[in-house]
Design a protein around this ligand. Sequence first.
Ligand SMILES: NC(=O)C1=CN([C@@H]2O[C@H](COP(=O)(O)OP(=O)(O)OC[C@H]3O[C@@H](n4cnc5c(N)ncnc54)[C@H](O)[C@@H]3O)[C@@H](O)[C@H]2O)C=CC1
Ligand SMILES: O=C(O)[C@@H]1CCC=N1
Length: 264
Amino acid sequence: MKPSILFIGAGRMAEAIISGLHNKGQKQINQIFVGNRSNSDKLKELEDKYGIIPVNQLQDCIDQVDIIVLAMPPSEHEVVLENIHPFISNQFVVTIAAGMGPESLEKRLPYGTAVGWIMPNTAAEVGRSISLYTYGQFIKNEHKQQMEILVNVIGDSQHCTEEEIHKLTAITGSAPAFLYQFAEILISMTEDLGVERKIAQKLVTEMVIGSAEMLKTGKLPMELRDQVTTPGGATAAGLEVLKKGNFDQLLKEAVIATNKKAKG
Ligand SMILES: NC(=O)C1=CN([C@@H]2O[C@H](COP(=O)(O)OP(=O)(O)OC[C@H]3O[C@@H](n4cnc5c(N)ncnc54)[C@H](O)[C@@H]3O)[C@@H](O)[C@H]2O)C=CC1
Ligand SMILES: O=C(O)[C@@H]1CCC=N1
C-alpha cells in the first residue's frame, strides 16, 4: 500500500521535498498532509501548488499517515514530539533537523517507534540535494523503502551512521552557504569592475558549474587546481594570498563551528 505522509513545518526544506514528491513521487505515495505552527497562507499556497491537504490539528490526521516528517527547527522538536507522542501508533517518524538524530527521537517517542534522520541541502529544490540518512533501532524493510522514496525525489543520497551525520552536517548541509558566500563576493567584485549584475551573475555561475563538472570527472581537486595554476603565473599569485590569509584554517574553523552549533 502506498504511504501517506504528514509534514510538520511548511518551510523551505519541507516545500523542496513536497515539490520532489509531487514531481517524481506521485506513483509511490498516497496523500500529503502539511501542518505548520502559523501562516495559513503558506499552507494554502502549498495546497494550490502541490495538492497537499492542510492540517490544523495534527492529532486529527496522525492515524491516517504512515510517515511523519519533522521539518520544523531543531528547537521545536521537544514540544512537537511531546504533543504528538500520545497519537503515535506505528508511524515512521523522520526528522530533517540539524543535530536531531534517531537517538533523541527515540527518547521522546513511544518505545519501539521506527525513526529516521535525513540531512538534505537546499539543492533539493532543483532535485540535486546530496542527502545523508540514517535509521533508529526499530526499523523494518518497509521503512527503508519509505526512506528511499523521500531521499530519491530530492536527488542523490548516502547512508551514514548517526555520528557521521553529526560530523557531516557542515559539509553537505551547510557548506552550500559557504560556496554561495564565495560566489557573492566574486559577483560583487565583477560588478565593481563595471560589469552589469546579470552578466556578473552569469559569469560566476557558469564558472562554478564548469568547475563542479570537472570535479565530477573524478579528478582530484588538487590535480584540477594544478591544471589552472600555470607555474609562476597569475593564479599562483592569487593562491599565495589565500595561503597567507590562512584560508584552509579558516574553512576548517567554519566547519567545526557549524557542527558544534548543530549538535547543540
Ligand atoms: N535550510 C537548509 O539548508 C537545511 C535545513 N535543515 C533543517 O530543516 C528544518 C527546517 O529548516 P528550513 O526549512 O530551512 O526552515 P524554515 O524556517 O524555512 O521552515 C521552518 C518551518 O517550521 C515551522 N514551524 C516552526 N515551529 C513549528 C512548530 N512548533 N510546529 C509546526 N511548525 C513549526 C515554521 O512555521 C516554518 O514553516 C530545520 O530543522 C533545519 O535544521 C536541514 C538541512 C538543510
Ligand atoms: O543552518 C542550519 O541550521 C541548517 C542545517 C544545515 C543547513 N542549514
